[in-house]
Design a binder for this molecule. Structure first.
Ligand SMILES: [Zn+2]
Length: 306
């Protein structure tokens, strides 16, 4: 075939591609799925438990402010909730006499106290320096390993994709966690040492993102708001002397001004909605699942204590 004929054929194929036509010999018509979030897609049902959840945050106190009511509600309903806090929050002060190591130790105790108040089962602090997280292989592998170890159905983390101002640690933890959830934790050949250590691949079924531009999922925390406040004031180094009574007074003023409204926490939801791999694993082994505690004794990071 001449070069001229070749060019003519190529041009025809490009036109067909643009028009989505069949029969060019080069292009095959494909059926486009409806866009995510379109009216054609059925809204997923509300997330109901009791289930197993993991809250993966950048700093001590992040979780209490953004999802403390949801955590309190789930714990009250019998969920197993685990925390992973990636940094020590060791830069969060205006106190000129404070040192990073001392602040990290204070904030660790504050975070553990908040977890006890909420009913969180276990709090794992990875101890990275505040403000220096990077979206990288090692941290991603640590998150994958913790997901395979604790096997949560639901994960709450930061929305890395918001358009405006964002803290670099929030952005990086959001990205690392999203990548860990899909596809890394699900596919056994990623981070194969986990499998060698007896940690099977896992699938997270629901992800709730905090700090999102476009929240589409709401949890009514009215009945658990006081527990959330109790947990927030555990972070004494971060609340500028505010007490539980101050939060209650602020709430009463808002009610007096705008009337009684439900108190809500809002999220962007990713619903993966596939059969749970964990269930399949359980069936394969006749219900005998490797207890997280067994692996935990060997795998638990140094600082992980309840
Ligand atoms: Zn933060």
């Amino acid at each position: 075939m001449s070069k001229k004929k070749d060019r003519k054929k190529l041009k025809k194929a490009r036109v067909a591609l643009a028009a989505g036509e069949e029969g060019s010999g080069v292009v095959e018509k494909t059926v486009q799925p409806p866009p995510i979030g379109s009216a054609q897609q059925e809204a997923p049902p509300p997330i109901e438990g009791p289930a197993r959840a993991m809250v993966i945050m950048a700093h001590p106190d992040d979780a209490e402010f953004v999802c403390g009511g949801t955590v309190a509600k789930w714990c009250a309903e019998g969920w197993d909730v685990f925390y992973v806090v990636v940094t020590g929050g060791d830069k969060g002060t205006h106190d000129e006499a404070m040192h990073p190591e001392k602040l990290a130790a204070i904030r660790e105790e504050e975070q553990r106290a908040a977890c006890r108040r909420l009913g969180v089962k276990e709090c794992i602090l990875l101890g990275y320096p505040d403000g220096f997280t990077v979206d990288e292989h090692e941290l991603r592998g640590q998150i994958v390993r913790l997901l395979r170890l604790y096997r949560p159905d639901v994960v709450i983390t930061w929305d890395a994709f918001r358009r405006g101002f964002n803290h670099r640690d929030h952005r990086n933890i959001g990205t690392v966690t999203a990548d860990a959830i899909y596809p890394l934790v699900r596919d056994r050949l990623f981070y194969p040492r986990d499998e060698e250590d007896g940690l099977a691949a896992h699938q997270v079924n629901e992800v709730l993102l905090v700090g999102s531009d476009d929240p589409d999922y709401t949890v009514d925390i009215t009945d658990h708001w006081l527990t959330k406040v109790d947990a927030i004031v555990c972070h004494a180094s971060q609340v500028g002397g505010r007490t539980k009574e101050d939060f209650i007074k602020q709430r009463e003023e808002a009610v007096a001004k705008d009337g009684e409204k439900p108190i809500e926490e809002k999220f962007r939801r990713w619903s993966i909605r596939r059969p749970m791999r964990q269930t399949k694993d359980e069936e394969k082994t006749d219900g005998e699942v490797k207890a997280p505690e067994t692996a935990l004794e060997r795998q638990k990071p140094q600082k992980a204590t309840a």
